[in-house]
Design a protein around this ligand. Structure first.
Ligand SMILES: Cc1ncc(COP(=O)(O)O)c(C=O)c1O
Length: 442
């Protein structure tokens, strides 16, 4: 079948033509039907090759189908599918590695996804403190479930808003949302409601808005105020752990969270996430006070692939290596956009880069991010797509580097960017943006 036929079939089968809005967006410039991937390259069913700078939302750090990871997965798959009883040797060894790497981790619960890990963390925090409220920050994403999909891309100025229908009002009452990087708002809130809060959750770098780092003063205030008021601190390191630092960002930020969620790079593309943290809190599971489960949790193949990936990430210091490449790409982009006279702020945090068109300073929160020129982002993204460069068409999302991106491939990105910038600054050359129409919600 041709990509167009698969796409039409997909539209009939999957609401929106893909599992989820972020993946759906990739059909924007033409049907994207993926067949295979190796290193930094991704091939479609019709043989088109893209240089991949999306890297599965950042889950891939060693490059696609890394031979050591594939070998471990195949070896385990031929030994064991699913056992559903006790533990496996591989699972214990992998857990030991993660607990030794993450400074605040003493015990661990594996899940299949980051969303599930956050759900477990919320349940643990509520059970441990006997309180109900979770405090999150605007523009931070912690999964697609009812307790988290609130004010991720919708500014608080419009109210506390879930970004999906179907969230019960009662659930919404258990979550409060504050602006990111606003110490005064946090102090004020904790003065009034601190004793109701079970946990404060945040991303140390809010990659859900692109690249918006927590300011040192803010992150310290979060830790201090949580402690003062007896609330737990949950650090969501699902993007940052292992990708930015094999020990997560907590140590270099000088904080010690009570619970930490990890995912994505921890298994280089296999379905593994986890909640880790203080023994006392996680032992609520042992005592049967908190229940977690999942037929497929700690799946042997994912465990074996994840363990091989993490061993390689640590051995090769893939975090540092990918960061070097990410910074090279960001510097190149700054020069290109500057030379072309395009107003943009290229925000970089190690291996992750976001181009914020239409603004000239590092955004500090969601309100800043909403000021970007979305149309320009889309035009540039489309021009890059036509030049064989793939990254998220969603404005304010991210470009991810892996250790598989070669110097030539980074150069290819920059050459495409220079040519795209040129076409956009010469009126008439760039074609109007064609968007896939989705029905507006009532
Ligand atoms: C910071 C953060 N937390 C949680 C999640 C949810 O993880 P998953 O998509 O594996 O459910 C994500 C996913 O992008 C994330 O970026």
């Amino acid at each position: 079948m041709e990509p167009g036929e698969y796409y039409r079939e997909a539209l009939g089968l999957f609401p929106g033509g893909a599992p989820g809005a972020l993946r759906r967006a990739f059909h924007k410039w033409g049907p994207l039907v993926v067949k295979s991937a190796k290193g930094a390259r991704l091939k479609t069913v019709d043989g088109r090759e893209f240089l991949d700078y999306h890297m599965a939302f950042g889950a891939i750090l060693l490059g696609h189908t890394d031979p050591d990871v594939v070998e471990a997965a195949i070896a385990e798959a031929s030994l064991l599918d699913l056992h559903g009883a006790g533990v496996t040797d591989v699972e214990v060894e992998y857990a030991r590695m993660i607990v030794d790497l993450i400074p605040s981790a003493e015990k661990i619960v594996f899940t299949n996804s980051g969303s599930e890990a956050v759900l477990v963390a919320f349940r643990l925090a509520r059970a441990y403190t006997g309180r109900t409220k979770i405090l999150k920050f605007e523009g931070n994403y912690h999964g697609w479930h009812d307790y988290a999909l609130i004010n991720v891309s919708t500014p608080l100025a419009r109210g506390k808003i879930p970004e999906t229908d179907g969230v019960p009002g009662k659930v919404l009452e258990t979550i409060d949302v504050l602006p990111y990087n606003d110490v005064e708002a946090l102090e004020d809130y904790m003065d009034r409601h601190g004793e109701e809060v079970a946990a404060i959750i945040l991303e140390p770098v809010a990659h859900s808005m692109g690249v918006v780092p927590a300011e040192p003063r803010f992150i310290k205030a979060v830790e201090r105020l949580a402690k003062t008021h007896g609330a737990l601190l949950i650090l969501d390191e699902i993007v940052t752990a292992f990708r930015h630092n094999i020990h997560g960002l907590q140590e270099e930020l000088g904080i010690r969270p009570d619970l930490t969620t990890v995912g994505k790079a921890v298994a280089n593309g296999y379905p593994v996430a986890a909640v880790t943290g203080r023994r006392q809190i996680l032992d609520l599971v042992t005592e049967g006070l908190v229940r977690t489960s999942g037929t497929y949790s700690a799946h042997p193949v994912a465990m074996a692939a994840g363990k091989a990936a993490l061993e390689k990430i640590v051995k090769t210091r893939a975090d540092l290596e990918a960061a070097r490449r990410g910074e090279e790409l960001a510097n190149g982009l700054r020069e290109i956009l500057g030379d072309a006279g395009i107003t943009a702020f290229v925000a970089n945090y190690r291996s992750i880069t976001t181009i914020y068109f239409g603004i000239e300073e590092q955004p500090r929160n969601l309100e800043d991010v909403t000021r970007i020129d979305k149309a320009m982002y889309e035009l540039f993204n489309r021009e890059m797509w036509h030049r064989g460069i793939l990254y998220s068409p969603n404005p304010s999302k991210r470009i991810h580097l892996s250790t598989a991106h070669t110097r030539e491939e980074i150069q290819a990105f920059l050459e495409a960017a220079a040519s795209a910038a040129k076409s956009l600054t010469r009126p008439g050359e760039a074609k109007p943006v064609a968007t896939i129409k989705t029905r507006r919600r009532k």
